[in-house]
Design a protein around this ligand. Structure first.
Ligand SMILES: Cc1cc2nc3c(=O)[nH]c(=O)nc-3n(C[C@H](O)[C@H](O)[C@H](O)COP(=O)(O)OP(=O)(O)OC[C@H]3O[C@@H](n4cnc5c(N)ncnc54)[C@H](O)[C@@H]3O)c2cc1C
Length: 404
């Protein structure tokens, strides 16, 4: 390899920084750039499910996160009106999730990448992804106020989010596409204690959730179907607050608390992209984007970082061809997330659960083991395919009959 860098990574948040860190730890020459500077916020809520926390633990970063005063979340509660289900979302080894502010989580990840030896350029915007003979060979961009700079590498990794400039250049195959399904709006509140619970309330065509984050603040997000985006756009605040009135006990808690920030919001498309090609790779939202209703994006980005860094290492060391290693990365990603993707897209419609599902919720309610399984499925600890498998369904219904 005679290029200045082995890998250039565009984007330094949940996907980019861990990829840079893991490659840096293996001794590769890594340049990571981001037009943002850190710490900085981004439009996203930020639940990190137990398997995401497990990744941080594998990387030696979970203690650092806990030391920032981020409260652990040990219970996920789902309130469907007539039925509510509360369970433990994790495993014995990874029992809790967290909801760290992105200002804190992303900075921690950027610092870990730098500590691992990656060169980090903050405030650097990539304007062009350079190709020669059908192969990506580098980037062209500039620092704030600086002139154009060109950098070359064996592989350019797009960790640059759903509007990825790398993907825009290489135009990868896109599949399983769905349009935006949901609009979500959130703000931070003080005086709204959650005691380690992530609470989700589901009503026909409306949903909201609350979870504690840093500094004694509680993040509260509310959503409605994308079909109502235009109609509700002129009064987001009124519609956001009105959603809580669907659950009077929650509305009362909100009335006793104080909103500390403005309301931010987003709506996103759903798609998979082929995450590699000659001289390039994609991780995180750049390669696979989905509605945020199941809060999988950060945990998925962590998984991508691990698998992509492993695949690149296998290809650089010659243990495997680039095509083979990256093909395995794509297959493993798609296999891991596909049933959660379908589940997420279904949930994001906010359509009332069909009668069979309501019956299932009723059967699960009060059955500790089944409620834990339900919480684990929503956290992505077990897949929806596993949860909804006839054998598991039969076992849960059977358990319920024994309990009732
Ligand atoms: C409303 C909302 C709520 C969400 N809630 C959750 C949740 O609770 N839990 C969860 O796990 N996920 C959640 N997500 C999803 C989560 O935000 C993403 O999955 C996650 O941020 C993906 O990380 P990433 O590193 O791939 O991309 P991003 O976080 O989008 O980072 C991309 C980075 O690339 C940089 N970049 C882009 N283009 C360039 C360029 N040309 N030059 C230089 N830099 C560039 C950007 O500055 C940015 O810093 C939510 C998303 C939304 C919109």
């Amino acid at each position: 390899m005679n290029k200045a860098y082995d890998v250039i990574i565009v984007g330094a948040r949940c996907a980019g920084s861990p990829t840079a860190m893991l490659l840096g730890r293996k001794g590769y020459r890594v340049l990571m750039v981001d037009r943002a500077t850190f710490p900085s916020d981004t439009v996203s809520t930020h639940i990190v499910h137990p398997l995401g926390a497990a990744a941080l633990s594998r990387w030696g970063l979970l203690e650092r996160l806990a030391a920032t005063g981020c409260p652990p979340i040990h219970t996920y509660l789902f309130d469907f009106g007539p039925v509510s289900i509360a369970g433990a979302p994790g495993t014995k080894d990874a029992p809790v999730g967290y909801c760290p502010r992105r200002t804190i989580l992303d900075k921690l990840l950027v610092d870990a990448a730098a500590e691992a030896g990656a060169e980090v350029r903050e405030g650097f915007t990539v304007e062009e992804v350079l190709s020669e003979d059908g192969r990506v060979v580098g980037i062209k961009g500039h620092s704030r106020g600086g002139g154009a700079v060109t950098e070359r590498a064996e592989v350019v990794v797009g960790a640059d989010g759903r509007h990825s400039a790398v993907a825009e250049t290489v135009r990868p195959e896109q599949y399983n596409e769905r349009p935006p399904l949901l609009c979500g709006y959130y703000a931070y509140w003080s005086g709204l204690p959650m005691d380690g619970r992530f609470e989700t309330y589901v009503r026909p065509y409306r949903g909201f959730a609350a979870v504690q984050t840093h500094d004694g603040l509680t993040l509260v997000i509310a959503g409605w179907p994308y079909a109502e985006f235009k109609a509700n756009k002129s009064n987001v605040e009124g519609n956001y607050l009105k959603t809580f009135e669907l659950v009077p006990e929650f509305a009362e808690r909100v009335h006793g608390s104080k909103r500390e920030t403005r309301i931010a919001g987003a709506t996103v498309p759903n798609f998979f992209r082929k995450p590699f090609g000659p001289g390039w790779a994609l991780v995180g939202d750049a390669g696979y984007n989905k509605d945020f209703i199941t809060a999988q994006g950060i945990t998925d980005a962590f998984h991508d970082a691990e698998r992509c860094a492993t695949a690149l290492d296998e290809s650089f060391t010659g243990r495997c061809s680039f095509e083979q290693a990256m093909g395995d990365y794509q297959r493993a990603r798609d296999e891991r997330v596909l049933s959660m993707y379908e589940f997420t897209c279904q949930l994001a419609t906010l359509e009332p659960p069909p009668p069979a599902m309501q019956q299932l919720f009723g059967a699960i309610q009060g059955n500790r083991k089944a409620m834990d399984r339900f919480a684990q499925m929503n956290a992505g600890t077990i897949s929806p395919a596993e949860f909804f498998a006839p054998q598991n369904m039969g076992a849960m219904m059977g358990d319920a009959q024994v309990v009732s």
